[in-house]
Design a binder for this molecule. Structure first.
Ligand code: SAM
Ligand code: SF4
Length: 354
């Protein structure tokens, strides 16, 4: 089982981001952690101690919280971490100080994911980031110094400022840093953000995206999911692979979602509501066999996980055979099929399930 923990605080709101995060609720941090701990105890109490395979502490910005908050969480979690392979925490370069990184490493966190977006100061300002490229470089170097072996950088492409020169300059810096994973996201214009009604900030350019992916491979980052690239087999995110393999997960914190026994469990999104009601879900959703099939096909085709052909009907398998004939998918061991180009995954899924 996977465990996701949500931290809904940020120091500033980026122009593109619609995540469940707030800049004016820092005063609720202590209360929030108390409620989050109550939910953790509630969710874990009847589970075997060795059940948690991976933990992902995401946000918002987990580096807005200090050691004392995480100590409260880990006091509860530690007995359940006997079999845990990966614990990731997200961090923003503006708040991931050397001492914070040391504290997180000391708790047993073994993977860190920095929201960097770019190493170009003009692009960082355009995206509304509250750090410079130099701060991101220092944070990454500090993480390595502290002992983190697995370091991810999120980057954003498809912005109006992107061109080959800018991407190449970012890639030169990436190549020189101790990063073993890149998550590269196409900019999306989300409702409720500064960018939402500014369609000119986004320039979708499939050739530029393919160029970026090709250059990432050239410098040693291999694509194993539509947005994810790893330098080695061991650098792949085990937590995210778990989602794509459709493993069960617990979601703890405001707006976090769990998926257990074919049911999706939605926590209260509003931070105050969550603080008051951490052990009742806002709502739950029973997944149908059809829902599960669609998700398995979509997630499987977007990643190296692939799709088990047994989940499909005879009619759908005929479509799969057509795609195999045209070279768009490949079978392994005659039982699972894989997308040749992850960028075409949604199109292929639509064709198979039409
Ligand atoms: C929770 S944040 C990472 C940690 C920290 N909050 C930070 O930003 O440094 C998750 C990532 O999602 C990506 N993201 C969020 N909204 C996006 C959007 N509209 N388009 C593309 N990427 C987005 C960014 O790359 C961001 O780093
Ligand atoms: S991208 Fe990260 S720092 Fe920026 S608003 Fe979203 S969660 Fe907060």
């Amino acid at each position: 089982m996977l465990l996701y923990i949500h931290i809904p605080f940020c120091d500033s709101k980026c122009h593109y981001c619609a995540f469940n995060s707030y800049t004016s609720l820092h005063y609720l941090r202590d209360k929030y952690i108390k409620s989050l701990c109550r939910q953790l105890i509630f969710e874990l109490k009847n589970l075997p101690k060795d059940i948690i395979k991976t933990v992902f502490i995401g946000g918002g910005t987990p580096s807005t919280l200090s050691l004392k908050h995480y100590e409260e969480i880990f006091d509860i979690l530690n007995p359940y971490l006997t079999n845990t392979e990966e614990i990731t925490i997200e961090a923003n370069p503006n708040s991931a100080t050397l001492s914070w990184l040391e504290d997180m490493y000391g708790l047993g966190i073994n993977r860190i994911s920095f929201g960097v977006q770019s190493f170009d100061d003009e692009k960082l300002e355009f995206l509304g980031r509250n750090h410079t490229a130099k701060m991101a470089i220092t944070a990454i170097q500090n993480a390595k110094k502290v002992g983190f072996e697995h370091i991810n950088c999120d980057i954003i492409y498809d912005t109006k400022l992107d061109n080959k020169m800018l991407l190449n300059s970012d890639l030169d810096i990436i190549r020189s840093l101790p990063i073993d994973h890149i998550s590269a996201y196409s900019l999306t214009l989300e409702e409720g953000t500064k960018f939402f009604d500014k369609s000119n900030v986004r320039v979708e350019d499939i050739d530029m995206a393919n160029y970026l992916f090709h250059r990432l491979e050239e410098i040693g980052f291999y694509q194993y999911e539509i947005s994810n690239f790893a330098r080695t087999e061991n650098a792949k995110s085990k937590h995210n692979l778990g989602y794509w393999k459709y493993e069960e997960y617990l979601g703890v914190g405001a707006g976090a979602v769990g998926c257990i026994g074919g049911k999706r469990l939605y926590n209260h999104k509003d931070v105050n509501m969550y603080i008051e009601n951490p052990t009742t879900y806002d709502y739950t959703e029973e997944l149908t066999t059809e829902d599960i099939k669609v998700e398995k096909v979509l997630l499987g085709l977007r990643s190296e996980v692939g799709v088990d052909k047994n989940v499909l009907s005879d009619k759908e398998l005929i479509q799969v055979n057509n795609l195999e004939q045209s070279g768009k998918i490949k079978f392994k061991n005659n039982s699972r099929f894989y997308s040749v180009d992850f960028m075409l995954a949604d199109e292929l899924a639509l064709y198979i399930l039409e």
